[in-house]
Design a protein around this ligand. Structure first.
Ligand code: CO
Length: 423
């Protein structure tokens, strides 16, 4: 029987609002886990081993990635891992941001990941991220009010505007943030002030443009749900909720692993191609490498990321016999060429979890002529050497500053994660 309902989607809206960047997403996940009794561990400390833990679970954060797990029981002998990612395509502030032209102050940005340029034009944008101070501390900052805008060229000055024109990301996507002459250091001084720290103490920053529009339901019967970062906070939020709800899991240790940097290829010291997750799992077994290897052989991972719903205006973009739709439940993503981690055993793992959860579900398969994207499943499967299946919610407008999903689907994804943890 499903355990999560529409109120899970209300809660997702709050989670998204609290999580404008990967760093904020980890902090919000941590806050929720701690409220459920979980304890944060530092990678530099000694950890409680196996079932010796004194908390219901633990978590560790590294550079915008988070791994959390329930304390293993005496009979623990395998992991059930729900995977996600924490980052989203957007614009990242450059090291020396102050720039401008023709009487406008602007902020120099770099494109982060696969951004559909048009969707970011003429929007009120905030700025959020982290500052690293001289003493090594990390401070989160979230300017959640309109600060930046990438202004569109008026249609009168751009008669071909509706014929489709590529924008130059260096010169034509630079946001404005005021009038006057740019002054070196002004933007970061402002951000430091917002964060309540001395600008001279700020030695490093990861700052991103943030789409500010509040998440909302859409449609006469509110069957749809619109927000930024559905890709992939639907998955992180589902994993956190399921990990907190999972109890009495017997031999399988429930684990949540959400990685930063998926949108740019995962090759960083905390990404899905790093040893982060394996390092954490290995530490749960102390020196017993035999037990760890046996556990890995018996483990399964479900890697969750959004996928493409069939689009009413472009149905020809999907395979004619596989047409997943927003609102129809989570998808299992299948690819013969392993763009998604999939196969018969993986499909069976997914279907057992979905049956346990009592939820509707759908297949996603790429059209042969359109290879589509990939995600963290094949990466972490290859990295860990464990059975992995790719899943996720069908959405429209993926990577847009405003994505769209079915309003009932986020709760079903949380039920699927719980099905993985408990079946
Ligand atoms: Co994604």
């Amino acid at each position: 029987m499903p355990r999560f309902d529409r109120s899970h989607t209300d809660d997702l809206a709050a989670f998204i609002t609290a999580s404008p960047t990967p760093y904020h997403a980890c902090a919000e996940a941590g806050r929720r886990l701690e409220a459920a009794g979980f304890r944060r561990l530092a990678e530099t400390e000694e950890w409680p081993l196996g079932s010796n833990g004194d908390a219901p679970g633990y978590y560790v954060v590294r550079d915008g990635s988070v791994v959390a797990w329930r304390t293993p029981g005496e009979d623990a002998r395998a992991f059930r891992i729900f995977g996600a990612h924490t980052d989203t395509p957007t614009f990242k502030v450059k090291p020396r941001p102050d720039t401008g032209a023709a009487g406008w102050k602007q902020v120099a940005v770099e494109v982060y990941g696969g951004v559909p340029h048009q969707t970011w034009l003429d929007r009120d944008l905030g700025v959020a991220g982290r500052l690293v101070l001289r003493d090594g501390t990390e401070v989160l900052v979230d300017v959640d009010r309109p600060l930046l805008r990438v202004p569109r060229l008026a249609i009168h000055l751009d008669r071909g505007a509706n014929e489709g024109r590529a924008l130059d990301p260096q010169g034509q996507l630079t946001p404005i943030w005021g009038l006057g002459q740019p002054r070196e250091g002004e933007f970061l001084e402002f951000i430091a002030e917002e964060a309540g720290v001395d600008p001279d103490d700020v030695l490093g920053h990861d700052l991103f443009a943030v789409a500010l529009d509040a998440p909302s339901y859409l449609g006469k019967d509110e069957e749809l749900f619109a927000a930024w970062r559905l890709d992939n906070l639907t998955s992180l939020h589902a994993g956190v909720a399921a990990l907190i709800a999972a109890e009495g899991t017997g031999p399988n240790v429930p684990v949540l692993a959400a990685f930063n940097y998926e949108e740019i290829g995962s090759m960083t010291y905390s990404g899905a191609q790093s040893p982060f997750l394996e390092t954490v799992l290995r530490r749960l077994f102390g020196e017993d490498s035999q037990a760890f290897t046996r556990a890995m052989a018996a483990s399964g991972m479900m890697s969750s990321d959004t996928g493409n719903s069939i689009h009413p205006n472009y149905p020809e973009k999907h395979d004619p016999t596989h047409r997943p739709i927003a609102g129809g439940g989570p998808m299992i993503k299948v690819s013969a060429n392993q763009r998604y981690a999939s196969g018969a055993e993986e499909e069976a793992l997914f279907r057992r979890s979905a049956e346990h959860a009592g939820i509707p579900w759908q297949y996603y398969v790429n059209r042969n002529s359109i290879p589509g994207g990939t995600t963290i499943g094949p990466l972490s499967g290859t990295q860990l050497g464990i059975l992995t299946v790719d899943v996720g919610l069908p959405i429209l407008s993926m990577h847009s500053a405003r994505e769209l999903c079915g309003a009932e689907d986020p709760g079903r994804l949380a039920d699927l994660a719980l099905g993985l943890f408990e079946h």
